[in-house]
Design a protein around this ligand. Sequence first.
Ligand SMILES: Cc1cc2nc3c(=O)[nH]c(=O)nc-3n(C[C@H](O)[C@H](O)[C@H](O)COP(=O)(O)OP(=O)(O)OC[C@H]3O[C@@H](n4cnc5c(N)ncnc54)[C@H](O)[C@@H]3O)c2cc1C
Length: 623
Amino acid sequence: QADLEQPSLQETTNFCKMDKDSLVGSSCDVTFTEINDINHKIRHDLLSLVHSDFFKYFKLNLYKQCPFWSDSNGYCVNRACAVDVIEDWDQLPEYWQPEILGGFANESVSADKARDDECAFLDQLCDKSFAQKGQKGPDIEYCDVEDFDHDESVLVDLTANPERFTGYGGEQSSQIWSSVYRENCFSMNETGQSLAKDAFYRLVSGLHASIGTHLSNDHLNTETGKWGPNLELFMLRVGNFPDRVANIYFNYAVVAKALWKIQPYLSHLGFCNAYHEDVKSMITSVVSNLDSKIFNEDLLFHDDISSKLKDDFRSRFKNVTKIMDCVHCDRCRLWGKVQTTGYATSLKILFEIDSDDEDVKQTIVDKLTKYELIALFNTFDRLSKSIESINNFEKMYNDSLLTASDRILALFKGNNFFKLLSNAGKSLSSSLKDRSNESLTLENQTEKLSSKIIDSKKLDVESIGNVTDEIKTALGNTVSEVTDIGGVNISNSDFIEHENVTEESLVRDGESEDEVNETNITEVLEKKGASERFEDVIMPPKKTVVKNQEEVTGNSWSNAWTTEIGNVKEALRFIFTSYVDLPRNIAKMALYKLNNLWNSFVGVPSYVNDVDPQEPAYKLSIQ
Ligand SMILES: Cc1cc2nc3c(=O)[nH]c(=O)nc-3n(C[C@H](O)[C@H](O)[C@H](O)COP(=O)(O)OP(=O)(O)OC[C@H]3O[C@@H](n4cnc5c(N)ncnc54)[C@H](O)[C@@H]3O)c2cc1C
């Protein structure tokens, strides 16, 4: 419900407002940017590591009863909630087979027996057993490590059951999350509690946010049936809440510090070198990029009083891991169990390996069960994947905020389009200058022509002056409309058909055919060689000179015939020239649109009127 009240993606800028150069937390001497850099370096090796045969199998009891309340209130029936457990032992690689490992002398051993001995078998996989518990000492466990050895436990290939959107939600998951957050109500009121309480909250919130990131990143698009990132969902669950994003980074720092801390003792362990030689080198290359300053665990529980707080912290976190047994969706339960076990292991390493005695440290690491180690590295991988996804989502988010003009700008910049456009602008402006010169010549010609007309026809001086002024204005605009925008010469006049200044326009502008002696105009133009000079001037078809009224009325059939033929010719000419003009018109339209976009981008009004000012160039005679 709270999510429904969230602002829409476009209304929020929280994602961008995060200061990535600030520290991840008061107990972390590392910035968000530094963690991004570390993650970038280790991502590949970490991924290979968790796909290795040692780290990809996890064992858990999927059918354990919820210890806190009756869980008969529902199951997740989606296919996506299901976990594919390993039932067919034969499908495992050869080196996992009992006979290869020498774990079972008798090949006829029953499948059940094999399952029972699975733990022993897995222990034999490595040079050193991770399952030795040693004698009972003080409780240093943050999760129930006995869980893995349960009769009903199943072996799961984590890579075959990715953590992603399952559709699990509603009251059931809400109940789980509120129980998890309720564990954060520490009863003690002592110094340091606020830091511990804060750390506890950040751990569970970071887990919650990391799960939210994965289900948004690997989300089922019900329309296309494809899995992929869903930015809108991510923003609703995580992206709009910088504190949630920060908590993922905090968890990353906590787990990374735990790995850094056990690094010297890991070298003592034989990680299945016989089967996967790279495992050790992959661990080294991941952990060697981590730094002790990434998280300072000493700030949390540093004196005797706080040891009580630590006990409280430990038992509360253990409860969180147990709450995972109440999750109805198996796939969610699997990953909830893996990750809470991973955090529990990190906390054990951080808060219990505090002795100065190297042997004690080594013993604690040696006592880590194989499943704790698997959970630890897989939890680190989950956080690493979350951080990678957050960075991808941020790119998607920024892209979604780009306006259309920004996109064009980015495109132009990326393709060095400005250079091209400026070159185009130069050639355009020079061609326009040429055209302007031609137009000025035309203006002179027209003026001379006008005076000729005045002389020859002794017409009203004023009306001819008007005609000339109109022509001048039209020609003047052609020159003045060359605008310089941001160093790019784009002429609006290019979008105006200035070829319009034709003999026909002279005729039209010069009032009626009666007043302007068309023959004289043509004669003058011919004398001046105008047709050579004004190559781009489209000459209208010669008008049919109507000689006298009698001929017209006397032969109306032939008149109609001539008109129809004229119309057909005109139509054919129109079709033909349309094809010829098509490429040029497309180019002009593109330039026109670009100019409009540019004008709106730089915030100036559009100079070009969308309405075509010209009269149609072709007119059919309808009688
Ligand atoms: C252990 C566990 C594992 C799960 N794994 C998966 C999975 O793999 N795939 C899958 O699709 N679903 C999974 N879910 C379900 C998923 O976490 C959500 O509960 C579900 O998608 C419904 O989401 P929601 O928007 O209703 O709010 P929820 O995520 O259920 O959150 C409830 C309330 O908690 C608050 N909140 C949300 N996130 C945070 C945060 N990071 N920090 C602090 N407060 C927060 C908000 O106020 C929110 O309204 C899992 C649930 C659990 C309990």
